[in-house]
Ligand binder design. Structure first.
Ligand SMILES: Nc1ncnc2c1ncn2[C@@H]1O[C@H](COP(=O)(O)OP(=O)(O)OP(=O)(O)O)[C@@H](O)[C@H]1O
Length: 623
């Protein structure tokens, strides 16, 4: 791959192409999305059954409070009327009990409200952590190729957003259930007086419900169809204001260009959103106006009945209060319902992401990994094409990497060297042909065991913003506390000299993103990354140009040591420096994804083909 940077920094994804446009969801799909709720609750339950049950119980109790409070209010007013009529000749103890009861309910309601939001918060945090962990666990199982696909990235980004936003759904659904039960109590009270009142309420709240649903659907469609652009916005924000890119942004004066692009994109989104928000607000006023009219219609009816002496003053306050509450709660429930279906649809993105399955995996029955490797790796007519590419990155490739052999790969940029290495480590599987290890297809071995036996240091290795010691230990992370081993690896890769100069030595935080972090030079980073190759007891060690930033003397020394220290083990070295390449037992020359020549340095010079030509070119350059 023609790369312009040498390292892979932990930044946001780039590469923005249109994604799948499943943006217009109808009612049926919205209801179907509610089907995600049971799975969601299973996840919440797994997080903490205790908090789950506690939350549900407290909410149930709280649901009964509004109806009880209103009813006690009615009793108080009726009692006041009785006491007034009795002209002070009556016992007032009863009314004090009633007031005490109402006070008790008010205190209970506040206490329960606090307890419930505390539990919501705790559950939400636990859920967010658990989902983030699952997200990372799942990402670890997926194919490298899936990460290079823009549609996949959109899914991943939507899923990532789910990890933090789902607390809203959590309290939303619990709150809905609580409100529904609460409405049930109040509605029962209303129905005793007149069931038609309930029908009137339903008619009054329906228009605004339909309106809200419609607008929620449109805003979901808008936000979803804008996923790629939002990713681009994130990316622009990152490139425009990050320590990683600041150098080039300044030198090339890119900030104007980046800001213009950001402004154009964000403004376009803002305009679309604004249009939607304005029309939503306008319709909202009209439709809720209808609801209000319905409410006052019923209110007039209740007041007239009280005036005519058909119901008591207490009944009047109870009915008017119940009516107002039922209407507000129903409106809330219906409103919440549409945002609930919306949340449930977003949830679909999370489950979609978890449903993605890797295609590169271990077979059900695996073959024991050879230790030691006896015959080596055999490429049999191997061809590979990247999914999104229309040309073959490798084609008709047949050769053997013998056990214990040191093989160098040579070829121009884009010839397919890195791709070949990725096939060896099963980051991809061949599109055509097969790769055998000791006579059996690589796909027959356990994937993790294969990877454990292969150590690769890529040219775009990751500069982890962690300690120097950890940056070496990632070569075999289980050994991260094994300081002698880390030190031995550092000595072998010449990183020990780099680390000796750091104030905190192996504990030194690297990279400037964190407090007290120290930045290394390109060559120093490479020496640290090279240490990873020595951490692992791999049978095949691959170095994909990890020495490009080293000075000539350091590279020579690194490879001298490498050849000596990996004695008896197979290795593959990719380098554009022929002084390094010639140290290998054999050299494989790739051109446009095909094998041009293979042989030892002497043989290839003798052959006087492309290798001899390139070698001569570089040698002359030094004369
Ligand atoms: N992830 C990818 N998706 C699509 N095409 C890719 C991908 N990676 C590499 N390619 C293409 O495959 C071809 C071979 O790339 P590869 O990285 O193997 O070359 P290379 O020989 O290692 O090059 P270099 O010397 O520049 O590192 C190139 O044409 C490149 O554009």
């Amino acid at each position: 791959m023609a790369k312009t940077t040498t390292t892979h920094e932990a930044g946001p994804p780039n590469g923005v192409v249109p994604t799948d446009k499943k943006d217009d969801l109808n009612w049926r799909e919205r209801f179907a999305a509610l089907g995600n709720l049971p799975a969601f609750f299973r996840l919440v339950w797994e997080v903490s059954p205790g908090l789950f049950i506690g939350n549900a119980t407290l909410r149930l109790i709280r649901a009964a409070i509004p109806a009880a409070t209103l009813y006690i209010g009615k009793l108080i007013i009726d009692e006041v009327v009785t006491l007034t009529e009795a002209n002070g000749n009556s016992d007032t103890r009863y009314i004090w009990y009633l007031i005490a009861a109402e006070f008790g309910l008010a205190i209970l309601s506040t206490a329960l409200g606090r307890a419930v939001s505390l539990m919501d918060g705790l559950l939400g945090d636990l859920f967010a952590n658990r989902t983030s962990i699952r997200l990372m666990e799942h990402a670890a199982t997926l194919d490298l190729e899936q990460f290079e696909d823009a549609t996949f990235y959109d899914k991943l980004e939507r899923a990532r957003r789910q990890t933090t936003g789902r607390t809203v759904l959590l309290s939303g659904v619990f709150g809905q259930a609580q409100e529904l039960i609460s409405v049930g109590f109040l509605a029962a009270g209303l129905a005793v007086y007149n069931p038609w009142l309930l029908l009137l309420i339903l008619v009054a709240v329906t228009p605004s419900f339909i309106g809200d649903n419609y607008f929620n659907q449109r805003s979901y469609s808008l936000s979803r169809s804008w996923t790629p652009e939002r990713r681009e916005l994130d990316y622009l924000r990152y490139v425009g204001a990050s320590d990683e890119t600041a150098k080039e942004v300044k030198i090339f004066g890119l900030s104007g260009f980046l800001i213009d692009r950001f402004r154009t994109l964000s403004n376009e989104f803002f305009q679309k959103n604004k249009a939607l928000a304005i029309s939503r607000a306008g319709w909202g006023v009209l439709l809720t106006g209808l609801g209000t009219a319905g409410y006052y219609g019923a209110y007039v009816w209740i007041v007239m009945r009280a005036v005519n002496g058909q119901i008591s003053l207490g009944d009047l306050t109870f009915l008017a209060g119940s009516f107002r509450q039922v209407r507000a709660s129903l409106e809330g429930i219906l409103l919440q319902f549409s945002s609930l279906t919306q949340e449930a649809i977003y949830l679909q993105d999370l489950f979609d992401y978890f449903a993605i399955q890797p295609s590169i995996d271990s077979p059900a029955v695996t073959r024991p990994f050879p230790n030691p490797i006896r015959e080596g790796f055999v490429f049999e007519n191997v061809g590979f094409k990247y999914t999104n590419a229309n040309r073959w990155a490798l084609r008709n490739l047949s050769f053997t990497l013998q056990a214990g052999e040191k093989l160098a790969l040579v070829g121009e940029n884009g010839a397919g060297k890195t791709t070949l290495v990725k096939l060896l480590a099963r980051l991809y599987d061949p599109t055509e042909g097969r790769i055998l290890l000791d006579g059996y297809d690589l796909r027959e071995y356990d994937l993790l065991e294969l990877r454990r036996n292969i150590g690769v240091i890529f040219q775009d290795y990751t500069r982890f913003k962690m300690s120097a010691g950890t940056n070496i230990a990632v070569g075999d992370i289980d050994e991260r506390t094994n300081r002698p081993r880390i030190q031995a690896s550092a000595e072998r890769s010449l990183a020990d000299m780099v680390i000796a100069k750091l104030p905190d030595g192996y504990e030194q935080q690297l990279g400037r993103s964190f407090n007290k972090g120290v930045e290394l030079s390109g060559g120093e980073w490479q020496k640290v990354a090279l240490g990873r190759a020595y951490m692992r007891d791999a049978q095949l060690v691959i170095l994909d140009e990890p020495t490009a930033a080293l000075d000539a003397r350091a590279e020579y020394e690194v490879f001298q040591r490498f050849i000596k220290l990996t004695e008896g083990r197979s290795s593959v070295i990719i380098s554009h420096r022929f002084s390094t390449v010639r140290m290998a037992d054999r050299i494989l020359v790739l051109e446009n994804g095909t094998l041009l020549e293979i042989g030892s340095h002497a043989e290839l010079l003798e052959h006087d083909g492309r290798y001899a030509e390139l070698f001569g070119l570089q040698a002359r350059g030094y004369q």
